[in-house]
Design a protein around this ligand. Structure first.
Ligand SMILES: Nc1ncnc2c1ncn2[C@@H]1O[C@H](COP(=O)(O)OP(=O)(O)OP(=O)(O)O)[C@@H](O)[C@H]1O
Ligand SMILES: [Mg+2]
Length: 337
């Protein structure tokens, strides 16, 4: 299966072969592009030009399949965790169907939705079932579907980014926090025993970091991007000016992560996550690991989406620097039919 992650700055493709419960990499590729995010495109020509980029990338990776699972941006989706009384699966399905408008801010007829049963707590009082509901505007899903088809590919399924990331990265035996630091947004997931329990997306990512450096140091965006990637949060460089400009943005991210944890604790009686894994392009910022670990007081590491994926040593070496960018695409490719 091919996983396709269309970000606002880069597009990623991963093709995996499944053998029972293990995977091997059969193709991968990434390409940067500039333009509007797909949500905002209204022009057919612009859609066609992105489709062309996807088509070319797919061909260059040498992927053998045209069947793809693609993602829609977390920001465009509505994710809610709902507690029901101890109902059967069929009763829950029907309750979600009929009561969906209580949980999402758009009319039911305009939404595509899916629910996952997270936990049956027969011993809690009162006994309850915890359900994750994910919904997205139908027009948006249709737009992405059309884009995939225009690219000469065959859309098989669609997921939100954090569902894909959770499948790829969340450990089975604990509560973990996953953060995808992209260009346009930062997506935060809390997963318990491999299941997504809480998600949040903030419209703040690599671009905001670059803008902060540009404004703080009075340099153009290209120079600011360079400074961000070279010096990042290192305090010893340029008299700490780059770090000084980046810090307030990082704090906004940190505040949202803290809010997510306390919300999860109070609403779902969840435990504080014991580990944090970060992915996305911005996870490559120098010193981000030490800064986040210090500010959050939880051990942070850079995600390796290929931890469960077999590949030859040469490919592994080549891919290593880009691995964190592939978390969503890999999770999508891991989806069972
Ligand atoms: N070494 C680095 N240090 C800091 N930032 C980096 C580094 N490498 C890439 N980035 C940033 O990562 C971002 C691109 O990451 P990514 O490809 O994950 O974004 P995207 O998926 O296109 O965006 P989104 O998911 O928000 O739509 C850019 O903002 C880029 O500046
Ligand atoms: Mg992304």
């Amino acid at each position: 299966m091919v996983g396709l992650d269309i970000g606002t700055k880069t597009i990623k493709i991963v093709e995996l072969d499944r053998d029972g419960s293990s995977f091997s990499l059969s193709a991968s590729g990434i390409v940067g592009f500039s333009g509007n995010s797909v949500e905002k495109i209204i022009d057919d020509k612009e859609m066609a030009s992105i489709a062309q980029i996807i088509k070319k990338l797919h061909a260059e990776t040498g992927a053998s399949s045209r069947d793809v699972v693609f993602s829609i941006p977390e920001q465009a989706a509505f994710t809610r965790t709902i507690t029901f009384p101890l109902l059967t699966d069929a009763e829950i399905a029907s309750a979600v169907k009929w009561e969906i408008e209580q949980y999402i801010p758009i009319p039911a007829a305009e939404a595509i939705s899916q629910h996952i049963i997270l936990e049956r707590n027969e011993k809690s009082s009162p006994p309850s079932v915890l359900v994750l509901l994910v919904a997205a505007p139908r027009v948006l899903v249709e737009k992405y579907t059309k884009l995939v088809q225009l690219s000469g590919l065959n859309p098989i399924a669609v997921e939100t980014e954090l569902i894909a990331i959770t499948r790829c990265l969340a450990p089975v035996d604990k509560t973990s926090l996953l953060i995808d630091l992209g260009a346009n947004s930062t997506d935060i997931a809390i997963a318990k025993n491999s299941l997504l329990c809480f998600s949040r997306s903030i419209p703040l990512g690599g671009e905001a970091f670059t803008r902060a450096v540009s404004q703080g140091l009075g340099v153009n965006v290209t120079q600011a991007e360079e400074y961000k990637k070279t010096y990042g949060l290192t305090s010893s460089q340029l008299e700490g000016k780059v770090k000084g400009a980046l810090d307030p943005v990082l704090r906004l991210v940190v505040d949202e992560v803290k809010k997510a944890i306390s919300f999860y604790q109070s609403e779902q009686k969840g435990e504080v996550p014991t580990a944090i894994e970060i992915s996305g392009g911005t996870s490559g910022m120098p010193q981000i690991i030490t800064s986040l670990t210090e500010l959050l007081g939880i051990e942070v590491s850079v995600a390796n989406p290929f931890a469960r994926v077999k590949m030859d040593p040469e490919t592994a070496k080549k891919l290593a620097p880009y691995a964190p960018l592939y978390a969503i695409a890999t999770g999508l490719a891991m989806r069972e039919q």
